[in-house]
Design a protein around this ligand. Structure first.
Ligand code: TNX
Length: 785
């Protein structure tokens, strides 16, 4: 590091130590690096890569030589030539890229500096992983075509002169991939690792086992791959049908130990540590397809073709041989994965069988435990002792906190950020991966226009707003927050293309959450850089989502004027939103939204952002009904569940806005196990011709139509006239997602009170994945005409 940049580097780091980064914002508008570097200063002029450019490594350093080879490998296909590698002593060229290891404590073990001048590029770091990150930044400075796998003709490879000084915010920056629900081959895993490296992520959490398939060869237990890796092939993720007689287990796959070694090396060449996850004590039914003796019931099971709802079968905690079995597996795992951590799952353990199992009950008595929560803690602590004895550190999902944490265990928080807060307070290390921000199996856009996701919605902007360190921790406790990761569960992700789509571009937002300084994160600036990365994805032939182009239609009811003010929004920068009010699809001849407008009669609003006259992310649609007896009083016999009271709370059912097929859209109210049961008071007796009520059907999210709908009307609240509609039994079983309108002609001149009951089926029916568990009923919009 020359003196000038050394001074700048130290200066900036001192500023951050004192709090906010308040260096003047660099003029870096043409620098599109993601994650945003710590400091960027753009200079005049540019460097041009050409056939004479040489890579210079300082001294005969084999680690740096490896980095030089890596850069060559990354450039070779698109530029069409190989750069000579020379040592510092020999250097003769005057157009060069130089790597240099320096002794500079401020850069940390992952930081680097990158200086581009008109005839030279210098990357300096304390360790070769810093050089590697410098190379990742360097690649992103070239035109996006540099990422093409084939020769790019007539392309000038210019990059701007600049200085970058960079280092990460968190030491743990991870991505997870579930290869149990669907299997992903070796080549895709390498591609996934390449993407992690490109965005400076350094941990790959590999979810190798679950109810739907065991994916790693264990020499001592060959049946795990012979039997437990294979399940019945269902085209769709079929959640509620068990295996039928005669169905063959034809879907699956696993990694041999040779594959694992190859991938571990591939990852380590990219400075990525792999964390293997072996689930226990639950999410293990696939094991019992091969080794039933280690479960409480001892029954031979089929590997589940679907469902993520925890299977009740669980490792028997009363049996010592269960622990020997697991320890033998972990012993092989530990010799395959050189990283410090092994993840033991620990999530969603249904302990019903432990309650009944004589051996588990005996263990509870003999060990002086109070209950099955204590038994889970005993189980995890016993495995923890084993892991410590083989010099590995344990990670578990936040359920491992139940009954007391095992010493030294790192907690991976998925249920909530609060769990991480609690664990950090207890002096345990924490990796944040809350469902609210980090579940990349969730939708990234309005589900009506998105490919199938798991229930919730996490947009690009949502993930960008994530701060892994919760407020209220002391400095010492905050140091326990190692970082964050996003998870890709694959119940609904059955191909590599879909996996790419689910993580891109959301992973880019995650990378800034964990790498960049909070003060350097600006949404508009990020989005403008993401646009450039779409070009990189195109060059690489990657599949990605444009979910953040979805349009939101936001109606607000004005009760005095009995009309709506409607605004249209999107996560895009200055979006050009086309819309119609007559039910037709918007095109380039439609109106362009500029400011909120008034709607005073029943209207179907349709809106979209267009490219080449086609909607980029579907056409959003909302039907609103001003003046349909809105704003009346509703009395609930059973309250909706708090999470699903809708945006307009007690007015949601009569706010004049109909729910879509998406239960999270702010229009629906959800009731669990109990009936939908409300009274509406119109204030005075009035003529009513028709009443309609909408209910949602979405079996895979445990939302069922009412068995019957009873609409009763009364002039005085004493005498009621009943209208009962029974739901068609075929509709009750339908697994498609739809809204059913129950329409009732009333034709009465004198009605004040309306009583509506939608009868909840109570519990999920047999053969449904949640059989016996409480069922949901979702209602929105009661239209009274
Ligand atoms: C919960 S997160 C699970 C997974 C599912 C996921 C679906 C966790 C520890 N368990 O088994 O795949 O939800 O979003």
């Amino acid at each position: 590091m020359n003196k000038k940049s050394f001074i700048t580097f130290s200066f900036i780091f001192i500023l951050t130590i004192n709090g906010e980064v308040f260096c003047t914002p660099p003029s870096d508008t043409s620098i599109n690096i993601i994650p945003k570097p710590f400091f960027v200063e753009l200079h005049k002029g540019s460097f041009t890569l050409n056939e004479k450019t040489v890579i210079i490594i300082s001294g005969n350093d084999s680690l740096l030589n490896k980095q030089a080879e890596f850069l060559n490998e990354a450039l070779r296909n698109s530029i069409g030539y190989n750069l000579e590698i020379e040592t510092f002593e020999k250097n003769s060229g005057n157009n060069f890229i130089q790597f240099q290891i320096i002794n500079e404590p401020e850069t940390g073990n992952e930081g680097y500096s990158l200086e581009v001048k008109y005839n030279s590029i210098l990357i300096k770091a304390g360790e070769s992983r810093g050089i590697f990150y410098g190379i990742q930044s360097l690649l992103q400075l070239f035109p996006p075509e540099i990422f093409k796998k084939a020769f790019v003709k007539n392309q000038k490879w210019d990059i701007p002169c600049l200085i970058i000084q960079d280092k990460p915010q968190y030491p743990y920056r991870g991505m997870h991939l579930d290869v149990s629900r669907h299997f992903f081959g070796k080549d895709f895993i390498k591609k996934y690792l390449d993407l992690l490296a490109m965005y400076k992520l350094n941990y790959f959490h590999w979810h190798l086992t679950d109810d739907n398939g065991w994916r790693i060869e264990i020499k001592k237990y060959p049946l795990l791959t012979k039997i437990s890796s294979w399940r019945v092939n269902r085209e769709k993720w079929d959640k509620w049908l068990p295996v039928q007689r005669g169905e063959k287990a034809s879907y699956g796959g696993y990694y041999t130990q040779e594959d694992i070694k190859e991938i571990v090396k591939y990852a380590s060449d990219r400075f990525i540590t792999i964390i293997p996850e072996i689930e226990m004590p639950a999410h293990t039914s696939e094991v019992f397809a091969a080794y039933p003796q280690y479960s409480c019931r001892g029954e031979t099971l089929n590997v589940c073709p679907g469902s993520y709802w925890p299977n009740k079968d669980i490792f028997c905690a009363g049996n010592d041989s269960t622990f020997t079995f697991i320890e033998n597996i972990l012993s092989e795992i530990s010799s395959l994965f050189p990283g410090p951590y092994i993840h033991i799952g620990g999530d969603e353990a249904d302990k019903t069988l432990w309650e009944k199992c004589p051996k588990c009950q005996a263990r509870i008595r003999n060990e002086g435990l109070r209950n099955t929560d204590d038994l889970q803690s005993y189980f995890i602590k016993r495995i923890n002792r084993y892991l410590i004895s083989i010099h590995k550190k344990m990670i578990g999902w936040d359920e491992i906190m139940k009954g007391g944490l095992a010493p030294g265990a790192t907690v991976m928080c998925w249920n909530s950020i609060d769990k991480g807060f609690e664990a950090a307070k207890q002096d345990h290390n924490v990796i944040m991966t809350p469902t609210k921000y980090c579940y990349f199996d969730y939708y990234q856009s309005n589900p009506e226009f998105d490919t199938l996701g798991t229930g919730g919605l996490i947009t690009l902007k949502d993930i960008y707003s994530f701060n892994p360190t919760p407020a209220g921790l002391t400095e010492k406790e905050s140091a326990h927050i190692l970082g964050a990761q996003a998870n890709l569960w694959t119940e609904h992700v059955n191909t590599p293309e879909r996996a790419e789509y689910m993580i891109l571009p959301r992973m880019l937002a995650l990378s800034e959450d964990v790498w960049s300084q909070p003060g350097n994160k600006k949404w508009n600036d990020f989005l403008s850089r993401v646009y450039e990365h779409y070009k990189i994805f195109d060059a690489m032939g990657l599949n990605y989502s444009r979910g953040s182009y979805a349009v939101k239609i936001n109606p607000v009811y004005n009760s005095d004027a009995k009309n709506f003010t409607v605004s249209l929004s999107s996560e895009q920068l200055n979006p050009r939103i086309y819309f119609t009010l007559n039910g037709t699809s918007p095109d380039i001849n439609s109106k362009i939204y500029s400011s909120p407008f008034i709607i005073d009669k029943m209207t179907i609003i349709k809106a979209a952002i267009l490219r080449d006259n086609n909607p980029v992310q579907g056409i959003s649609e909302k039907t609103i009904y001003p003046g349909y007896e809105l704003g009346r009083k509703i009395l609930y016999t059973n309250q909706p569940i708090k999470k699903y009271i809708g945006d307009n709370e007690n007015n949601t059912l009569i706010d004049g806005v109909r729910g879509s097929t998406y239960y999270y859209d702010g229009n629906w109210q959800g009731f669990l196990e109990k009936n939908f049961d409300v009274f509406i008071d119109l204030g005075e007796a009035s003529p009513v011709h028709q009443i309609s009520v909408d209910f949602l059907n979405n079996l895979s999210d445990w939302i069922f139509l009412p068995e019957s709908v009873n609409i009763s009307v009364s002039p005085d609240g004493i005498e009621y006239k009943d209208f009962i509609t029974k739901t068609d039994s075929s509709e009750l079983k339908s697994d498609s997602v739809f809204v059913k309108t129950f329409n009732q002609n009333v034709k009465d001149e004198n009605i004040r009170f309306i009583h509506i009951i939608g009868k909840n089926i109570g519990t999920c029916p047999p053969r449904h994945i949640g059989a016996g568990e409480p069922a949901w009923i979702f209602c929105d919009e009661v239209l009274i005409e």
